[in-house]
Each structure stands twice: as structure tokens, then as C-alpha cells.
Ligand binder design. Sequence first.
Ligand SMILES: CC(=O)N[C@H]1[C@@H](OP(=O)(O)OP(=O)(O)OC[C@H]2O[C@@H](n3ccc(=O)[nH]c3=O)[C@H](O)[C@@H]2O)O[C@H](CO)[C@@H](O)[C@@H]1O
Ligand SMILES: C=C(OP(=O)(O)O)C(=O)O
Length: 427
Amino acid sequence: MDRILIRGGKRLSGKIAISGAKNAALTLMPCALLTDEPLTLRNLPRLADADGFGHLLNELGASTAIEGTRPAEFGRVLTVRATGLTSTVAPYDIVRKMRASILVLGPLLARAGEATVSLPGGCAIGNRPIDLHLKALEALGAEIELAAGYVKATAPGGRLPGGRYRFPVVSVGATENALMAAATAKGTSVLENAAREPEIVDLCNLLVAMGASIDGIGSETLTIEGRERLHGATYSVMPDRIEAGSYACAAAITGGDIELSGACAADMRATLDALIEAGVTVEEKKGGIRVAADGPLKPITLSTAPYPGFATDMQAQFMAMLCKAEGASVLTETIFENRYMHVPELARMGADIQVSGRSAIVRGVDRLIGAPVMATDLRASMSLILAGLVAEGETQVSRIYHLDRGYERLEEKLQGVGADIERVGDG
Ligand SMILES: CC(=O)N[C@H]1[C@@H](OP(=O)(O)OP(=O)(O)OC[C@H]2O[C@@H](n3ccc(=O)[nH]c3=O)[C@H](O)[C@@H]2O)O[C@H](CO)[C@@H](O)[C@@H]1O
Ligand SMILES: C=C(OP(=O)(O)O)C(=O)O
């Protein structure tokens, strides 16, 4: 299996092109199931998860064609044609590898009046239930049965009537499923306490481009007037705010100066505010964001929260960065119960982190030392890369398939700003 080797200690400077967002791409791709016309997505990131989602769409009978596969290109253009569906089943083997597969539930139900999707189960970062996805779909009129590890959802008479649902807690995935299901319902649907993440706004904008009627985009109340049918569209995936935030942490931890080209500051205020609080310079420029650090980092206190709060997907990277702050920081993870798996790996590199329940005290250390470490999930993996960039000696990160799910050509981008990093195989 491939590993990433990093020889730490280089100050990073230069420009990194930010890719299309994984978490947007994986909610835009299932929209192709809502129409028999082609859906073209530009700026699709070259990621294992986007490819995996393409396979799932193929499994359901949609064709997928990708352009822009020249190695030098970052964004790709994907066209999905779901002219006729041949299956409404998302099987266990696909769903267990990629949790985002659950996002075909709403669109299949809307398009075909039925969907059978494997229950995703837990994953390394926590339990991750889907009860709210199911409750929201029931409120829109779906009948739901659970059997043999699968959810079977049906729209009585073939089309959902639509309805009102108030989410008891903010759920990104459940809001996405409900939005897609409501887009072609017979009547009007109202989703209250909906997630407001920029990826939800991206989804709403695509649905509107396909002919949907959605009011309240970007707010916690979404009103969707169901349309008889949606049409095809051409749409660009938004820039990845988590990838941009991760490279911002790379600039900060190495005392570097990086321009994140294509990053959208408005989508990542909480991350930028936290960087500024940690003593990092953040400059919003036309077409990107410059992040630079020339003094010691300051300790900060952070708590993850739904958008516009500080993203859970940035917690691990900040934890690595704060290992180099002068003093003790406190991080609290409120979204997932088990998102501290990077802590023992960072400790192997000399980090001083004490976890107590949902909070972690990170005491800054003078030196991190390179070591063999193991990636456990996507953002945990990135925290190990960040620590490796500043550690003395060599860090070897194994199980990097996690990174390939969410960071397009990571080592190439980091090499481009001066990091000593490479991917090596076992052989
Ligand atoms: C609000 C939030 O930050 N969501 C994050 C979550 O989205 P993702 O869509 O995976 O998770 P949700 O937003 O649905 O989960 C938010 C919270 O609600 C709970 N829950 C969710 C669904 C459900 O049916 N029942 C239930 O109890 C979850 O356990 C969690 O505590 O992980 C993604 C990947 O890391 C992030 O990009 C999202 O920003
Ligand atoms: C955990 C993440 O993604 P997923 O929900 O695809 O596992 C993430 O993007 O940080």
C-alpha cells in the first residue's frame, strides 16, 4: 500500500489552486437522477469518492462521461445521463465504502417513486445515524421500511405529496436528501432548522438551475414548491473550503506564505477568524486568499458547530497546527463523538494533547519529531501531514487511501509550495 513520506522543516510559500469541493460534488452528483436530461458538472475534483459516486450512478443505470483528464488539469467535467434508470437499489458493497451514497435515497424516491439503499452503519469518526433522513422523507409522504440492513422507501402512488419537517438537530446530509426529494413533490414542502452549509447553498443553486423552486436559500427555513419535472443543467462545483482551510493551516504551521487561489473567503469565515485569532495574517484578494505566518502562533479556544460555526471537518487540522502554538489551546468537538483518532498518532510525534470527553487541551511543544503514523480518517490524515511538514526528520503516513478520498493530488500541491513530500509504494 502507498505511503506518504515527508521530510519536515521547510517553510512553504507560493500558490495552491483549490479544487472543487468533495462535499459539494457528492451532493450535486445525485441530482443527475432527478432528470432524464444530461447534467454537466464542471470543476469536479479528481477524487476517489467522486469516482466512487460515478460507479454508483452507473449501477443505477446512468451513464457517466468525464472530460479534462489531462494530468495537468485539476477540474474535470462530468456529464451524467440518467435517461432511464435500470435499478433503484444502492447495494451494501458500495454504500459501506462511501457514506455519501445515502444521498441517492431522496432523488431515487423522487424520480422512481421507490428506493432501496443499504444502511451505511457507523464509521471511524462516530455512529453517524440516518434517522433524520428517514423522518424528513416520511414527513414529505414517503413510506419507509427497514429490513435486512436496507432502507426501502416508497412514494405512495409514485410521487411524494411533500410536507413540513423541522429537524431536531441540524443535519447536512438529511437536509440534502429532503431537498432533493421535495424538488419534484406534488405540493409545497417546508424544511425548518435546515443546515445552512455553503454546500447546501450549492445544492439549492443547482436544483434551481434544473428548474426547482426553492425559497430561503442560505437560511434555516427552506420552502420548496414541487415541480412536475426538472431539466438538465451545466453547473460548476464550488471551491473546497475544507481543502483551502487545510492548506491555510499548512502555511500557518510552517511559518509560510501561501496564496489559496480560487478559495472563497465568504464560505470559510469561521476558519479564517480562528486563524487570525491564532496570530496568522489573512488577506482576502481577488480570486483567492493569502495566508501568512511570521511570528509564533497563539493558543486559541474553539468549538465545532454547524455552519456558520467552526467546521468539524477543520478540527483535526487545527489541532495539528495548535501543537506549535505558544501555550494551551482548548478544542471541543460537538458534532461527532469519536473524532479524535489523530490524537494518539500526533502524540507519537511528540504532541502534548489531553482529551477529556468532547474536549481536548492542546499544549504547544517546541518540537515535533517525525515518526511512522497511521491515517484513520480523512481529516485525521491531513492533521498528520501538517504535523509532518513541521516535524524534525522523516514522517511516514500510511493508509493514505483516506487522503485520496478528499484531497486532489495532495503531494503535488504541497511540492509546488516547497514541501519535501512524496508518495511511495511498498515495492
Ligand atoms: C452539521 C455538521 O457539521 N455536519 C457535518 C457532517 O455532515 P453529515 O451529513 O455527515 O452529518 P450530519 O450533518 O447529518 O450530522 C450532524 C449531527 O446530527 C447527527 N445525526 C445526523 C443524521 C441523522 O439522521 N441523525 C443524527 O442524529 C449526527 O450524528 C451528528 O451529530 O459531516 C460532514 C463530514 O464530516 C461535514 O462536512 C458536515 O459539516
Ligand atoms: C468525514 C468527511 O467526509 P465523509 O462524510 O465523506 O466521510 C469529511 O469530509 O471530512
